[in-house]
Design a protein around this ligand. Structure first.
Ligand code: PLP
Length: 230
């Protein structure tokens, strides 16, 4: 499939998931995860009108970002070591993988130094798998209290990764729990503005995630491919 065909296919799946769940298409944003693919393909993705680019390794993302002169809106989606924060701030407008207080503080410090800001999703390990990053749902209240005074890091929602399962239906409870957690946190009024965003759903499970309220889906394999075959 060509990139154009892939985009068309993904679009029709997203529209169908919105129709099934009574949601508006414009409430679902696509992050094209370009971590597996070349600079050229990443450029083609932007040329096709996709604005949001997701990368998970600073060492791969920075050269691409430089070559593309920061075209698009960049989303950091992987585990971020504190010493790599300096590569992310000033280039990425979003981080989906805020998973510890020390990282929030380092982001705040680096963003202040560059007089910029970053929008963040608090990564929650809903499934409880040991291999997954993220705070536990129980820790979320405390985390939001501890980060409430930050002015450079703005937490706009929650992110999770579902377990790898054979049937995407098995991921549904994880997505539903993330939405319920967001609603509970908002009811507690911990943030200046309510958490509106849910970053959940990847190539194998994004349709179920949309049905459960995803406002950002992170699509790599299905949308841009995994190598050079597109
Ligand atoms: C790689 C990655 C994705 C995209 O995965 P696909 O299954 O290829 O769509 C989404 N989110 C995160 C955090 C990733 O690391």
């Amino acid at each position: 499939m060509s990139l154009k065909e892939r985009i068309k296919h993904v679009e029709s799946c997203i529209q169908a998931a919105c129709d099934r769940s009574g949601r508006k298409r414009e409430d679902v944003n696509i992050v094209a995860v370009t971590k597996y693919v070349s600079l050229e393909l990443t450029r083609s993705v932007l040329d096709e009108g996709i604005v949001h680019i997701g990368e998970n390794r600073p060492q791969n993302a920075v050269p691409k970002w430089e070559a593309l002169q920061g075209r698009g809106v960049w989303h950091f989606i992987g585990h971020l070591q504190s010493r790599k924060v300096k590569d992310v701030i000033g280039r990425f407008q979003y981080i989906h993988s805020l998973d510890r207080l020390s990282l929030a503080l380092e982001l705040e410090k680096r963003a202040a130094a560059l007089d910029t800001t970053i929008l963040a999703f608090l990564q929650v390990n809903v499934s409880g798998e040991e291999s997954k990053q993220g705070i536990t749902p129980e820790e979320a209240t405390e985390f939001l209290k501890e980060t409430a005074s930050l002015t450079r890091v703005k937490i706009i929602g929650l992110m999770t990764m579902a377990p790898i399962v054979d049937d995407p239906e098995q991921a549904r409870p994880v997505f539903r729990k993330l939405r319920e957690l967001r609603d509970e946190l908002n009811a507690q009024g911990l943030t200046k503005e309510p958490l509106t965003e849910l970053s959940m759903g990847m190539s194998d499970d994004f349709e179920v995630a949309i049905e459960e309220g995803a406002t950002w889906v992170r699509l790599g394999t299905l949308l841009v491919g995994k190598g050079e075959e597109t």
